[in-house]
Write a protein that binds this ligand. Structure first.
Ligand code: MG
Length: 159
């Protein structure tokens, strides 16, 4: 009989001028991007931690340490596909994922469908199983001041 495991993940990256902005595997047009050792895809990082959390497999900081030059500038979709290999290796399959991105600017609405499709294709699930939501924080806090981006991810894994 199948059993279910829930996982949640959280990540924050700082924003700085002149850097690229990648979110959910999609390049977002922005004059500011994420400060990071990898491509800075804070949404994929939160999703990876949710997947790892569901099966108590640790976290991406442990799996892909930012002290390792192998991960410098790496496409976070590669990290997600490696995490999915671990999940499948434990007999897990993703039932659904739900991601909330808090970012003051730019507006992400034009990118949401592509983000869902991109993540679904890397995870090998239907786009209907992947939800991506975006919100501002009404100019409050570090997100509201445009200093960074905060992402929460929840996944359900069937094992
Ligand atoms: Mg990160």
């Amino acid at each position: 009989m199948a059993s279910f495991r829930i996982g949640q993940g959280y990540d924050v990256h700082a924003l700085a001028d002149g850097l690229k902005m990648w979110l959910c595997g999609v390049r977002v047009e922005s004059a500011r991007g994420f400060v990071a050792h990898s491509d800075g895809d804070v949404a994929i990082h939160a999703l990876c931690d949710a997947l790892l959390g569901a099966l108590a497999l640790g976290d991406i900081g442990k799996l892909f340490p930012d002290s390792d030059p192998a991960y410098r500038g790496i496409d976070s979709k590669i990290l997600l596909s490696r995490v999915m290999e671990l999940v499948r290796g434990r007999g897990g399959s993703v039932v659904n994922a739900d991601i909330t991105i808090a970012l003051q600017a730019p507006k992400l609405a034009p990118y949401i469908l592509q983000m869902r499709e991109t993540l679904a294709s890397v995870m090998g699930v239907d786009a209907g199983a992947v939800s991506v939501k975006a919100t501002t924080t009404e100019r409050l806090g570090f997100v509201g001041r445009g200093e960074g981006c905060e992402v929460w991810a929840v996944v359900l894994v069937s094992v």
